[in-house]
Ligand binder design. Structure first.
Ligand code: G3H
Ligand code: 13P
Ligand code: ZN
Length: 312
């Protein structure tokens, strides 16, 4: 059942975090539903602008609706990840999305407020919730290349949320997108997270760039011919209690890409005459499902399906 992001956040706030997983194709969607079923977890399925153009937004919507029909016991929200203004308006008008992210974080503060406010006004008139972003993550955000990571300022965050009316806030605390997150002694700024939480009590916070880039996956990919030296992610243990500081949503994409890469590299390495795409496809669905169930355990959303259902 597709529910509003607000309903999910109400159940989760300060109790647990919800995994928000990016999907691009049928295998990921199947694996995602399977993993959440395995772990009895509510979840957020998120679709980036890139995914909407790769798999076609109409095709994605149809596949998600089909999986919803096939798994009536599951409860989830559908979210637009890193939308620009045209994409956000389009997703709102489609009537399919529980929430949209408007990412105007690369714009100056006042312009970010103006753009976000326009999206919030439209979204709220249609019952859709809005995630906005303040501060800049390191690494690459869609086609926006961030330079030095720019952390979210707690005082500005309070003003931003009050003036835009956004429903949740993506914060920059020195995580970054992709497989190469940290250089040198760089660490997540949990001190900053605590300041933002203190300035914004009750406001759902979102952590982007939260893949853990497991080193055993990296090694297996390299053993099968890939080159990912220096790939590093967020320590999963650091994410276990971020819900106590208002983090309700944790975004994961790159870890799923690593599993896809490892499964397919190993398949083609080990089966030189292999041409049946369904063979690695089946392995990927099962392994991605196990990964999702594992993440849900770490985030505390595993086993929370009944609690969310009771609130509906
Ligand atoms: O934050 C970015 C997400 O990982 C989505 O990536 O734009 O390549 O689909 P994408
Ligand atoms: P990762 O690249 O760490 O998986 O982050 C994904 C993300 O933030 C999607 O919005
Ligand atoms: Zn992101």
């Amino acid at each position: 059942m597709i529910i509003t992001t607000e309903q999910l956040f109400k159940a989760a706030y300060k109790n647990f975090s919800i995994g928000a997983y990016n999907i691009n194709n049928m295998e990921q969607i199947f694996g995602l539903f399977q993993g959440n079923k395995q772990s009895n977890a509510p979840f957020i399925l998120q679709i980036s602008r890139g995914a909407r153009s790769y798999a076609n937004k109409v095709m994605l919507e149809a596949m998600i609706k089909a999986c919803d029909q096939l798994n009536p016991e599951l409860v989830f929200a559908v979210h637009l990840d890193h939308g620009d203004e045209p994409n956000a308006h389009d997703a709102i008008d489609s009537g399919f999305y529980s929430s949209v992210m408007i990412d105007a974080s690369a714009k100056p503060f006042e312009e970010n407020i103006e753009i976000t406010k326009r999206v919030v006004d439209h979204a709220h008139s249609k019952g859709v919730r809005v995630e906005a972003e303040l501060g800049e993550l390191g690494g690459v955000e869609e086609d926006i290349a961030g330079n030095a990571a720019h952390l979210t300022d707690a005082k500005q965050a309070k003003e931003f949320v009050e003036r835009t009316g956004c429903d949740s806030l993506a914060i920059a605390i020195d995580t970054s997108h992709g497989a190469y997150k940290f250089s040198g002694n760089q660490k997540i700024h949990f001190d900053r997270l605590k300041e933002i939480f203190a300035a914004l009590p009750g406001v759902p916070l979102v952590m982007h760039g939260s893949s853990s880039i497991p080193q055993d996956e990296v090694q297996k990919i390299e053993a099968a011919g890939g080159k990912l030296s220096g790939a590093r992610g967020v320590d999963e243990n650091d994410l276990r209690d971020v819900h106590t500081y208002g983090v309700v949503k944790i975004n994961i994409d790159s870890d799923g890409r690593l599993i896809w890469t490892r499964v397919h590299r190993e398949y083609f390495r080990d089966k030189l005459n292999g041409i049946d795409l369904r063979e690695p496809g089946k392995t990927y669905i099962a392994e991605y499902g196990n990964f999702i169930a594992h993440k849900n355990e770490a985030f505390g959303s595993a086993g929370q399906l009944d609690a969310v259902r009771k609130l509906l």
